[in-house]
Design a protein around this ligand. Structure first.
Ligand code: G4F
Length: 328
């Protein structure tokens, strides 16, 4: 019998990589996706329109598809945006996780079936705690997004302890890819740098260039999610590369790869800064390495290169489009 997985947020970066990973392992994959969002949806997955604001829909979905594993990846996941939309962020990112947990608990009561639950927790929860951060580091959230994630984290722990659900937190540090949304800093940089290289634009406006993050490759990180649900005991794990780099370092990598000097193109504007920033994140994933046998494969420079190559391809086809239009 095929194993069945439900992924909330299947159409996002992580959801799309996880879908491919599970399909390759012969899972039947279902996804909860916002109406109209199909950009990264693999045709082999079965889509269900909806979101985390509707608990009764989640309960009926569980009854209908009877999953073995539920991956809760859906969220309002942009930190800067969470300052503008704090209540919406708390509802979707915080309460949304609780709605999934409660739906699973009720589903178990009525059917006796108990899917394993993965919660996408975030390194944002650590705030400005000293590096390196691991599973024992106290949280100090510094954004509405991080506050919502801390709430979801503790609900996951509480459902594990109070109701004995197999519920785990993956505390993932920043993870990027060519599928990263264009408003996150790495993709904003690779996209702009590629367009600058081909003469499609000249400048790039950013916020804080000194912030440091532990950036890994999303494709590596979805494997860790799956490994957590295959482990015999439910537990929480930090997933990170253990290296930290500044936004400026990422600019240097990307513009350098394209033989450009970012100083000639980058401006800063407080519009892209946060009221409260996290200065530096650097994770210690020793526990995941030891217990799950997980490790990241893609390095910082490879990540910058593969994202830049991808955006160069897109920029080239934009150029071709402009050339075709002007020759008609
Ligand atoms: O790419 P970012 O927006 O990612 P951020 O805020 O670290 O959050 C991401 O990683 C978290 C895991 O730690 C996830 F939970 C979360 O959902 C998301 O995926 O910003 C990275 C850094 C920040 O310090 C930001 O201030 O880049 C700085 N930055 C500088 N200029 C900018 C910009 N960020 C954005 N988005 N846009 C800028 O123009």
């Amino acid at each position: 019998m095929k194993r069945v997985a439900l992924i909330t947020g299947l159409s996002g970066q992580d959801g799309s990589y996880l879908t491919e990973f599970l399909l390759d392992r012969d899972y039947e994959v279902h996804g909860l996706v916002p109406y109209g969002r199909r950009e990264f949806c693999d045709r082999r997955a079965e889509l269900h329109y909806g979101d985390l604001t509707d608990g009764s829909h989640l309960t009926s979905l569980l009854t209908r598809i009877a999953p073995d594993e539920v991956y809760n990846l859906a969220a309002q996941s942009h930190v800067r945006v969470s300052f503008d939309l704090p209540v919406y962020t708390a509802d979707v990112t915080g309460l949304g996780a609780l709605r999934v947990l409660e739906a699973i608990r009720q589903h178990r009561e009525s059917t006796g079936r108990e899917p394993r639950f993965y919660q996408a927790s975030s390194s944002e929860m650590f705030g400005n705690a000293p590096s390196p951060q691991d599973e024992t580091t106290p949280f100090g959230p510094r954004s509405p997004y991080a506050c919502a994630k801390v709430f979801a984290y503790w609900q996951t722990v509480n459902y594990r302890e109070a109701y004995k659900l197999f519920a785990v937190n993956g505390i993932l540090f920043n993870h990027e890819s060519p599928r990263r949304g264009e408003h996150f800093v790495t993709r904003k940089i690779t996209r702009a740098a590629a367009r600058i290289k081909l003469g499609l634009q000249d400048r790039l406006v950013l916020g804080n260039l000194d912030a440091r993050r532990d950036w890994g490759f999303a494709g590596d990180y979805v494997e860790a999610m799956w490994l957590m649900l295959q482990h015999e005991e439910p537990d929480d794990f930090v997933i990170a590369t253990g290296e930290t780099h500044s936004v400026r370092d990422f600019l240097e990598q990307v513009f350098g790869y394209l033989d450009l000097d970012y100083n000639n193109h980058v401006e800063t504007d407080p519009r892209f800064c946060r009221p409260t920033e996290i200065d530096a994140l650097c994770g210690d994933a020793s526990k995941a390495r030891r217990i799950l046998n997980w490790e990241p494969r893609v390095s910082f420079s490879e990540l910058a290169r593969l994202m830049t190559e991808h955006d160069l391809e897109i920029a080239r086809s934009d150029c071709d489009g402009v050339a075709t239009e002007s020759s008609q």
